[in-house]
Design a protein around this ligand. Structure first.
Ligand SMILES: Nc1nc2c(ncn2[C@@H]2O[C@H](COP(=O)(O)OP(=O)(O)OP(=O)(O)O)[C@@H](O)[C@H]2O)c(=O)[nH]1
Length: 355
């Protein structure tokens, strides 16, 4: 960003040097002026490139001129006014360009300070000109007109500054709105894909993931296993301790399961107290090991602060994705094995391979 800004400054100096060269061609200025102007431009770029490289100044922030760059550029223009007062309007106009570019990143206080100092520097510079050149824009007939022209110049500069400041305020507001919007998009996306109570993924989020895994298995890329997990006799928790405790149990179950899973495993709340665990790159045998670990972690979790009289356990039906499977086939198989786990006495994992 800074490099591009310095290049823009360089181009601006080059354009002005070219115009001055035309003035030289018309015999209005000596050859020294365009050369000196170009040298000033080169020095500006070299010095500020060095300053930014050393990490001084507002590096990494907006790509606008820094205060010191503005002061330097304005000083160069006022120097040129002194050297070629008969075309001073040209250099004074360039100050507007410097303002337009520089004040975008200044606070209103800094900008007003810059305006005041520029007006003062301009007034002082004009004082040093031969009398027929010492007005800002036109040759005045008398001192009152000189003051009037000076004030007019200052007011144009001020309006330019305020306009820029307004642009800056709008830009900052726009950036803030964009950030807020981006945060809201993230929040809405989370709401759409996660279960509000437990923070696990929801059914709408997990099913497309499962579809994707089925495609990968069909292309022979990797294995994939999944499990339907259901809390045992959860109704008793609700009936005995109320829904609030039931909710807390659900949250802790999810935290406990997540703590034992790999980041690549995806856990979703599939229904009330039913969860779907997707395990990419996992075979049926490996999935059984994972689910046993999950089951034991939940069973051995400390529940004393929530439920003292009931064990909190889970049953899991595990299966793997087969190349011939459609979504419903895998889910039906996981459901069948979960049903079997429940029938065999709960607090267990049952595997069911595809035929
Ligand atoms: N606290 C709470 N309970 C829920 C939530 N969603 C579902 N439930 C309860 O989960 C219980 C599920 O009961 P059942 O389907 O009979 O199953 P179960 O009691 O776990 O028995 P098995 O699954 O056969 O072991 C019901 O009491 C539901 O009200 C929830 O978000 N919060």
């Amino acid at each position: 960003m800074r490099t591009r800004m310095l290049m823009a400054v360089g181009v601006s100096y080059a354009v002005d040097a070219l115009f001055l060269a035309c003035f030289w061609w018309l015999d209005r200025v000596s050859l020294g002026l365009p050369l000196l102007y170009a040298a000033a431009g080169l020095a500006h770029i070299a010095v500020f490139a060095g300053v930014f490289r050393l990490g001084w100044g507002r590096q990494g922030r907006d790509p606008y001129l820094t205060e010191w760059q503005m002061v330097t550029a304005i000083a160069v223009q006022l120097g040129a006014v002194l050297l070629a007062p008969w075309i001073k309007a040209y250099f004074l106009c360039i100050i507007f360009v410097v303002f337009a570019f520089g004040t975008l990143s200044l606070t209103i206080r800094q900008a007003l300070l810059m305006w005041l100092s520029t007006c003062a520097m301009t007034a002082i510079t004009l004082q040093y000109l031969p009398s027929q050149h010492n007005a800002a824009v036109t040759i005045p007939d008398n001192a009152r007109e000189a003051v009037l022209v000076g004030l007019a110049y200052a007011s144009i500069l001020l309006r330019c500054l305020l306009l820029n400041h307004y642009g800056t305020v709008l830009r900052v507001r726009l950036v803030q709105r964009q950030r807020k919007l981006a945060d809201e998009v993230v929040a809405v996306h989370r709401l759409a894909t996660h279960d509000l109570l437990t923070g696990a993924l929801n059914r709408h989020a997990i099913l497309p993931m499962l579809e994707e895994q089925i495609h990968l298995v069909q292309r022979g890329r990797q294995a994939c296993a999944l499990a339907l997990i259901d809390l045992d006799h959860f109704k008793r928790v609700n009936d005995g301790h109320g829904h609030l405790v039931g909710d807390q149990v659900l949250c802790r179950v999810v935290d406990t399961m997540n703590a034992t899973l790999r980041p690549s495993d995806k856990l979703a709340r599939y229904g009330g107290e039913e969860f779907l665990l997707l395990m990419p790159a996992t075979t049926l045998e490996e999935a059984l090991v994972v689910l046993e670990r999950v089951r034991l972690a939940v069973a051995h979790q400390s529940w004393q602060d929530l439920v003292t009289d009931l064990p909190i356990t889970l049953s899991a039906g595990i299966t793997h994705v087969h190349a011939r499977d459609r979504l419903d086939d895998v889910l039906a198989r996981a459901d069948t094995s979960l049903y079997q786990a429940k029938n065999e006495g709960r607090n267990r994992c049952v595997c069911l391979a595809a035929n």
